[in-house]
Design a protein around this ligand. Structure first.
Ligand code: OAD
Length: 240
């Protein structure tokens, strides 16, 4: 990383766990509480938007109350130092930007905006949504957060930019993602096939670890990134 400097990161829910936002999979995961087929597909939203808003309300409240943790701040510090050039995130919580990262590619959208899937008008979430309510468009339709539900395409600009970053980076850091959701899980393979080193930061092995990953730094995102930031500042201090 110190030599190549053109580092790009792909982040997932695991980087925000230490900010109090549960991940999707695993024992405490959101998909253990809400079946994604019933609560997280475009079809489900079109059929029963009020039901899907039960899950979305929880996400908006939890994300709204969360603050960046040491891992988000570490990523922003590495960008300021010219080591990291972009973060591709699957998260919709806005915590990379809140920590000071400037080039953030939001692969699955964000919670800041609501969109009407009937007339395509957009609104800031805080203007239209209050806890316990369902946000409505001026045309009276129920609004959807500007996040990618299953069955929706990735925003085209984010997809283009993410693939370009993957093809041209020297190191891809893959942080806190189980890499089970397509097409985000293709990004590490694209980077690898284009000659990048893939470094995974995760307490657990994932589907990438044995096949794609060059180096697995096993631990929490804040712990490992704290160590990496220190190491890049002072290479003599080389042990986690
Ligand atoms: P997952 O919940 O699938 O995976 C979270 C990963 O974070 C796991 O591999 C954990 O081992 C790891 N993890 C947990 N705590 C961690 C910590 N403190 N530090 C580092 N890693 C930690 O979440 P994602 O892979 O982000 O998409 O899920 C991808 C997509 O699936 C989401 O964007 C969402 C979901 O369905 C849509 O809704 C379209």
């Amino acid at each position: 990383m110190a030599e190549r400097r053109n580092v790009v990161a792909l982040t997932g829910a695991g980087i925000s766990v230490e900010s109090g936002i549960p991940a999707f999979r695993g024992a405490q995961g959101l998909w253990g509480k809400y079946d994604p087929l019933e609560y997280a597909t475009l079809h489900a939203f079109v059929q029963s938007p009020r039901k899907v808003w039960e899950m979305l309300s929880e996400m908006v409240s939890v994300c709204g109350a969360a603050a960046p943790n040491a891992a988000h701040k570490g990523m922003a510090a590495l960008e300021r130092r010219g080591v990291v050039r972009a973060v591709i995130t699957q998260n919709v919580d806005g915590l990379h930007q809140a920590a000071g990262s400037r080039r953030v590619i939001e692969y699955h959208g964000n919670m800041e905006t609501l969109v009407c899937i009937s007339c395509w008008k957009r609104y800031p979430t805080r203007e239209r949504w209050t806890p316990g309510t369902v946000p409505l468009c001026d045309c009276a339709e129920i609004l959807k957060p500007d996040v990618v539900l299953f069955g929706e395409p990735i925003p085209w600009l984010a997809q283009e930019q993410a693939e370009e970053e993957a093809r041209t980076c020297g190191v891809l850091l893959v942080i806190g993602t189980s890499a089970q959701v397509s097409p985000a899980c293709d990004i590490p393979r694209i980077a690898k096939e284009s000659g990048a080193a893939v470094v995974e930061i995760n307490p657990e092995p994932t589907s990438l670890t044995a096949s794609v990953t060059d180096i697995h730094l096993q631990g929490s995102a804040s712990e490992v990134l704290g160590w990496l930031v220190g190491l890049l500042r002072d290479p003599a201090n080389g042990h986690p």
